[in-house]
Design a protein around this ligand. Structure first.
Ligand code: ZN
Length: 247
């Protein structure tokens, strides 16, 4: 927050300088100059590509629609447009699928300075070690995968009335996974899995809602070993099973 506040006088000085010199055209809205983690510098719409599109996709990855998974590939296609539109609808913004200052400002307001969404933290997604190493992917990849999972959970949390979602664990190294008797190919080894407690929502509400937020793997009550938590993750292909919840 200290950095954010420091930007304000600087920005004021820049605007004032522009007025004095008379060379700065009046801009309707600045491009979220206070972004805490990543600053978008242009409007993004279908057809755009680049690092900024990829950053946008990470943040709207929880809005692919029922059963969908948004590709995080830096290419702004129809799927990204639909996800941006759903995000805008979820927050009462003008829903045109074009990401401009209002959309970036809302995303920024949902983000901490370490790029994680405000209601989730890396520490929740890794109760195994502090390095994110020892899994089936590089530490950087495991952490990046966990970040996407957190944005999906943030979307799910908002859809569930902005009430807390309890995360009991995420990434596991091979040794952590073996210690808890995890499956040899567990998504926990890749960093994209999260195990959810019942919390205020209950297992079935969590299992059902997860289907709308980009989780291709949902295992809950009635699936062996999952009567005491809901497991959500990313995988190729879909595996949804929570028979006691009708899934
Ligand atoms: Zn799990």
């Amino acid at each position: 927050m200290a950095e954010r506040l420091a930007v304000v006088p600087l920005l004021a000085a820049v605007i004032l300088a522009g007025l004095v010199i008379g060379s700065a055209p009046a801009s309707a809205q600045p491009f979220a100059p206070t972004a805490s983690c990543y600053s978008f510098s242009r409007t993004l719409s279908q057809g755009a590509s680049g690092t900024d599109v990829r950053q946008l996709q990470i943040r709207v990855s929880g809005y692919p629609g029922y059963g969908g998974v948004l590709a995080i590939d830096g290419q702004f296609g129809p799927g990204t447009k639909a996800a941006v539109t759903r995000f805008q609808q979820a927050y009462g913004l003008s829903a045109d699928g074009v990401a401009g200052p209002a959309t970036f400002a809302k995303l920024s307001s949902l983000e901490d300075s370490d790029c994680t969404p405000v209601n989730f933290a890396y520490s929740e997604l890794n109760r195994c070690n502090s390095t994110w190493s020892g899994g089936n992917v590089s530490a950087a990849q495991a952490k990046a995968n966990a970040l996407v999972t957190m944005w999906k959970l943030q979307a799910m949390r908002h859809a569930l009335g902005d009430r807390p979602i309890q995360v009991n664990g995420g990434f596991r190294s091979v040794s952590c996974n073996n210690a808890v008797g995890g499956a040899p190919a567990s998504r926990h080894l890749y960093g994209d899995a999260a195990d959810l407690g019942a919390g205020v929502h209950g297992f079935c509400a969590l299992s059902r809602q997860a289907r709308n937020h980009g989780f291709s793997e949902i295992l809950g009550p009635g699936y062996p070993g999952h009567n005491d938590h809901v497991h959500v993750a990313a995988r190729s292909g879909r595996l949804w099973s929570a028979p006691s919840c009708g899934i």
